[in-house]
Design a protein around this ligand. Structure first.
Ligand code: ADP
Ligand code: MG
Length: 571
């Protein structure tokens, strides 16, 4: 066997295998080039799932004919002024996208350099170039890719259906549109116009355009900075979560990324308010000095490597947690909106931050539960309890309307936050049982409890196995002293599967506490007296995260007078 140097065409096709996973990757590379060229409007046509035709038209600085020829050469770039690869400020820098794409498609560029009266065209078929020849174009650059991957049939086989490929390109375009609000973008397939956003005045306006009004009404602004790093954006309330992460968009220095570190930090930040398998929607912009991050990790440039990953993770987590905590209570509008179909999307019923409201009224922040019914209760943020419906919901009149509280969800959050507070302070406060209780289970349940023994002890539940099928309980969390202990253990067993998916010790313990709290809390179906209801409302007001239960469901919904009046056509 003799070693030989590979011909240029094959090298390009090998590179294409990495840079171009699918048609959407070609769109990403072309649109990134248009962005780097200073365009203010970028239009994309996408036919036959991207295999038949991809056309990207921009109004950027364009290329002179000799530059067009160079652009199709491997590792030719106008962008990399820094030979150390440390200070990269453009989206492109590898100089391999165009030659890679051209090597596996029928490829055409028409471009007119800014200030030049003439445009030129260059064609390439399977790497064979012809031109440049004079052409017509009013400004910028237009690149057409036909029959993508016809030269690499192996790749063709791995593509999704046309519909699936369209979903991918829509995702790519959304990400770039979020990252570059000042640029107008459009995307059309033979079926329809998927995206058409004019240049936006503010980043927020663009986020609203892409994410929708419902997201905006149910999201919180994030803004957090440390040293030379900044995290900004919008995150959804836990109650607005979804079953997948498709509506999570993260950017590092304006570059859309799908990064494990970032998505892990997001999960960590929400761990306390969302169960595993639920994902908040969000748009997060992480900005730092280019020297802090290595973007040259992968040919597709969607992963990055931070020099100090622990610092970045910490910053993202505290940015999100702060935003979640600072809101106090902002109810999810979608639930009430869906329930009362007559509402308009712009009707948002956010109460002021409870903390702010409490301070404004000089309310003591602790010990409210004892002096529950006060004549001025209606002035409290969550108002004065008036009635209970179906032994499940509390109706409370507030200064500006009324709220409906899910008594179980609310109580669950209160108990959970209390247990967590205790654990953070000096450990969960426990109460020893005068007579240890023996709980009969089945063998597999008993084994599960036994395997969790150390963690249960940290959660305040001291247990020992007793034979094959029984458990002796010696101590319980004081906050749960009146709980039915046998049911408590069964709830832990039922939850053990969920627990398996969690690796972090801290998150596991909180999850166990949440399970205990959920189980112990006032069941739906229990009749409450007015003073009990008011006590619950007052505790909600001073409990962090009390806008949602531990499963991410809202604990209450609010209707303002103007909304009620609209329902009755009075305004
Ligand atoms: P890179 O973006 O990494 O430099 P590419 O292969 O994507 O490599 O592009 C090669 C070069 O072609 C770019 O550096 C740029 O000079 C030029 N180019 C590509 N697309 C455009 C465009 N739409 N407008 C102006 N110049 C472009
Ligand atoms: Mg490029």
């Amino acid at each position: 066997m003799r070693i030989r140097k590979l011909p240029e065409g094959i090298i390009n096709r090998i590179a294409a295998g990495e840079v171009l996973e699918r048609p959407a990757s070609a769109v990403k590379e072309l649109v990134e080039n248009s962005i780097d060229a200073g365009s203010t409007q970028i239009d994309v046509a996408f036919r036959g799932g991207g295999k038949a035709l991809i056309r990207v038209t921009d109004n950027g600085m364009g290329m002179a004919p000799d530059e067009m020829v160079l652009a199709l050469e491997r590792h030719a770039t106008s962008k990399l002024s820094d030979d150390e690869l440390i200070n990269i400020t453009t989206l492109g820098f590898r100089g391999e996208a165009l030659p890679s794409i051209a090597s596996v498609s029928r490829f055409a560029i028409v471009s007119r350099a800014a200030g030049s009266p003439d445009a030129f065209a260059l064609l390439s078929e399977a790497g064979k170039i012809s031109g440049p020849t004079p052409a017509r174009l009013s400004q910028g650059t237009e690149i057409e890719i036909r029959d993508l991957f016809y030269a690499t049939p192996a790749r063709l086989k791995f593509l999704k259906t046309d519909k699936g490929e369209v979903a991918e390109v829509v995702d790519v375009m959304r990400r770039l549109a979020l990252a570059y609000p000042a640029i107008g973008f459009s995307l059309a397939t033979e079926e329809k116009q998927w995206l058409n956003v004019p240049p936006a005045e503010t980043p927020k306006a663009r986020v609203a355009h892409i994410m929708g009004q419902e997201f905006m009404a149910n999201s919180l602004a994030v803004q957090h900075a440390n040293d030379d790093m900044r995290v900004e954006g919008f995150i959804s309330l836990p109650t607005f979560a979804r079953g997948s992460s498709t509506m999570q968009f993260a950017f590092v220095n304006g570059r859309p990324v799908r990064d494990k570190l970032v998505s892990g930090a997001i999960r960590g930040a929400y761990a306390d308010v969302l169960p595993p398998g639920r994902f908040p929607s969000l748009v997060l912009f992480i900005d730092c000095a280019p020297t802090r991050v290595d973007v040259n990790v992968h040919p597709a440039k969607t992963e990055v490597r931070f020099r100090d990953s622990g610092f970045v993770r910490g910053l993202i987590i505290s940015a999100i947690r702060r935003a979640l905590a600072s809101t106090g209570i902002k109810p999810d509008t979608t639930k009430s909106v869906a329930a009362f179909a007559a509402f308009n999307a712009e009707a948002t019923h956010s109460l002021p931050s409870l903390r702010q409201a409490a301070f404004a009224m000089n309310m003591p922040l602790q010990g409210l539960a004892e002096n529950a019914v006060l004549p001025t209760a209606i002035d409290y943020p969550l108002g004065a309890a008036r009635a209970q419906l179906h032994d499940t919901y509390i109706v409370s009149q507030t200064a500006g309307g009324f709220i409906l509280v899910d008594q179980h969800a609310a109580h669950e959050r209160i108990v959970y936050e209390k247990l967590k507070r205790e654990r953070a302070a000096q450990g969960v406060v426990v109460q020893a049982l005068l007579v240890p209780q023996v709980v009969e289970l089945d063998a597999s349940s008993a084994a599960i409890i036994e395997s969790l023994r150390d963690e249960l002890a940290l959660a305040g539940l001291k247990v020992e196995s007793f034979g094959q099928t029984s458990i002796i309980v010696r101590e319980v969390p004081a906050a749960l002293s009146s709980a039915n202990i046998s049911n408590l253990l069964k709830a832990v067993v039922d939850d053990a599967n969920d627990l398996k998916t969690i690796a972090t010790v801290d998150v596991r313990l909180n999850h166990i506490l949440a399970t205990l709290a959920c189980h112990y809390s006032v069941r739906a179906g229990r009749t409450l007296r007015l003073d009990e209801m008011n006590a619950l409302l007052r505790e909600m007001e001073v409990t962090p995260n009390s806008g949602q239960c531990n499963h991410g469901r809202p604990t209450f919904i609010a209707l303002e007078m103007k909304d009620i009046e609209r329902l009755f056509g009075r305004s």
